[in-house]
Design a protein around this ligand. Structure first.
Ligand SMILES: [Zn+2]
Length: 414
């Protein structure tokens, strides 16, 4: 134990207490407002559905709170509890080359964490989502999904970990800047690979057949000087009743993907309005800005890691007796989120600013009232709460909360 240990414990305690308190506020706020639908939604959301959304939010929050505690305990066990140290010793006992030992430690750490999360994921899917009628996943799909994810972890995480550790061992004191380039290359590769190689492992994508909707989308894209790499429908209903739509891929030819559930829920003009919002993110360069921000943050983090990895107190303070490149990487990824938790509202606020801008764009391109209609339908279908706690929302919501977003759009409706 050294100063870092106490600092770490302090931050871990403060973050856990704050998160628990925020969930408490959220549940309290939702329950206090469950008796009446907010004015802006009264015409379109029946009281019964408003109550169901409240019950859904409360069920998720109550369970999520215990997950927070387990997560914090797990970080403690891995670090000060000596878990990582033990894992490291087990791998060293095999007398493999240093690089193989490092990759083994990193992959097994990720694998164990994924296995420990499995019961929670199962409870969320088969108990909470099931109770509210959203779950469409079978035990078989759930298991096969998990095995595919493990395979991807080894196939993608293995080479990445090998490359970064090799650089760490051979590239001298500026290794972190080369590792950053590898990380950037990997990220760009993933943006390309996700729609063409990875997503098809989990879902079926078929070209959109509905000509009326297709025509609207093509007109909207042309008007904005965009072309698409195809408009696809994804069989999201295989797993969940929740709907979504997104752009994916790299460069000018981004694919547009609609969940089949979204197409069932919305009318043609509402789908157009939702897509106009997504185009807003592209046209206002949000995606580029976000990638640049992430690149800058990862460079800063890696530079910090480059320095920390040379300090003995970094390892000792976090429960690792034998310093090594892979131990530094593992500790850093485990512990960094604890220290950056209080930056979360800043990143969330930036994201919400972008959402407002994309909504403004959609209001100009399509029609604000139509987008409001689409959003209210989606809030209803997804049982999203219409009465979130403002402080909870400031920390956690990447999108403006329903009442704020709808009020903002409604002020622009003609
Ligand atoms: Zn958006």
């Amino acid at each position: 134990m050294n100063i870092l240990s106490y600092l770490f414990l302090g931050f871990l305690g403060a973050a856990l207490t704050t998160r628990w308190w925020l969930v408490h506020r959220q549940l309290d706020h939702v329950q206090r407002n469950r008796g009446s639908v907010p004015d802006a939604f009264r015409a379109r959301v029946p009281l019964e559905e408003h109550r169901r959304a409240a019950a859904y939010t409360v069920a998720k929050g109550r369970f999520g709170r215990w997950e927070l505690v387990v997560e914090a305990v797990l970080i403690l066990v891995w670090t000060l509890g000596g878990g990582l140290d033990l894992l490291d010793r087990l791998w060293r006992g095999l007398s493999l080359p240093e690089l193989a030992t490092g990759v083994g430690v990193l992959l097994s750490l990720t694998l164990i964490n994924a296995l420990l999360d499995l019961p929670f994921a199962a409870y969320r899917t088969f108990v909470i989502e099931e109770r509210f009628g959203f779950n469409r996943t079978t035990a078989r799909i759930f298991t096969v999904d998990f095995l595919k994810q493990l395979l991807l972890l080894v196939l993608l995480g293995g080479p990445l970990a090998t490359a970064v550790l090799w650089i760490l061992m051979h590239a001298g004191s500026l290794w972190w800047s080369y590792a950053w380039l590898v990380w950037l290359g990997f990220s760009v590769f993933m943006v390309w690979a996700y729609p063409v190689l990875i997503a098809p492992l989990f879902n079926r994508f078929t070209p959109l057949g509905n000509e009326a909707i297709k025509q609207r989308i093509m007109t909207l894209l042309e008007r904005n000087g965009l072309s698409s790499g195809g408009i696809y429908v994804m069989d999201g209903s295989r797993r969940t009743g929740h709907g979504n739509a997104y752009f994916t891929g790299i460069g000018a030819h981004k694919r547009i993907v609609f969940f089949d559930t979204l197409l069932e829920q919305l009318a043609a003009d509402e789908i157009e309005a939702v897509l106009a919002h997504e185009i807003g993110h592209l046209k206002r360069r949000h995606i580029r800005k976000r990638m640049l921000l992430m690149a800058a943050l990862s460079l800063g983090s890696l530079a910090l890691l480059g320095w920390l990895a040379q300090q003995d107190w970094f390892y000792l303070g976090l429960g690792v007796t034998q310093p090594s490149g892979h131990a530094a990487l593992a500790l850093f990824t485990l512990v960094l989120p604890v220290f950056t938790f209080f930056l979360q509202p800043v990143l969330a606020a930036l994201s919400r600013k972008h959402e407002f801008e994309a909504d403004d764009f959609a209001a100009q391109q399509a029609d604000a009232a139509t987008l409001v209609r689409a959003l209210v339908k989606l809030y209803r279908e997804n049982a999203s709460t219409l009465t979130p706690d403002p402080l909870y929302s400031a920390f956690h919501d990447s999108h403006p909360p329903a009442p704020v977003r709808v009020a903002h759009l409604s002020s622009q409706a003609v």
